[in-house]
Write a protein that binds this ligand. Structure first.
Ligand code: ADP
Ligand code: MN
Length: 176
């Protein structure tokens, strides 16, 4: 069965509060390390892996089972970067590295305002970052030694994070 085969390339989860640079970092890393970037938000939209639109939260109600079914074969192959602002519902065995991007509040505030966020949606996301919700969620769901928090305030940070992560990918070896 395919599921018993060991993947030859690592899978990485890139998570963090919206606006911390997940998509920017994932797509640069995908180029640098020749991995495949999967934006879960885009996938949900494209394949309708949701249970409708939440008017209050202004986002799709993601169907976690459908998303996991959709990704299972890809993750089994390996070499995937998953980009999503949550990490609690993916199978733990999928990932070799879980990266939590973090951004200073005033910088994040400006990025989200530029994206058109305001009101509760803006303040919820800023609070999410202040309380390090994603880092906590990552530590709760994955072994601490695979979870890494990386600063993402500047373009230099993106370049450095991409370099660090591509070196890690280069040196990764399948667990025997
Ligand atoms: P996410 O996918 O986490 O929501 P994005 O990658 O879409 O975040 O980035 C949101 C915006 O902030 C984009 O305009 C992007 O260019 C910018 N940005 C993201 N990370 C950084 C960074 N480390 N330094 C400067 N600008 C950044
Ligand atoms: Mn994104």
């Amino acid at each position: 069965m395919a599921r018993d085969r060991k993947r030859q390339r690592p899978n990485i989860l890139i998570t963090g509060t919206p606006g911390t640079g997940k998509t920017t970092t994932s797509s640069a890393l995908a180029d640098a390390a020749q991995l495949r970037h999967v934006s879960v938000g885009d996938l949900v939209k494209e394949k309708s892996l949701h249970d409708g639109w939440d008017d209050e939260l202004q986002c799709y109600v993601i169907n976690e089972d459908l998303v996991c079914d959709e990704l299972e074969d890809l993750m089994d192959e390996g070499g995937i970067i998953v980009d999503y602002h949550g990490c609690g519902f993916f199978p733990e065995r999928w990932f070799d590295r879980v990266v939590v991007l973090q951004t200073e509040n005033s910088i994040l505030y400006d990025r989200l305002t530029k994206r058109g966020y305001d009101g509760a949606k803006l303040s919820n996301n800023i609070e999410c970052e202040i309380f390090q919700i994603l880092l906590e969620e990552a530590k709760e769901n994955y072994q601490e030694n695979i979870v890494v928090a990386l600063r993402s305030d500047t373009v230099e940070d993106v370049a450095r994070n991409v370099e660090t992560l591509s070196n890690w990918v280069k040196n990764w070896q399948p667990v025997s």
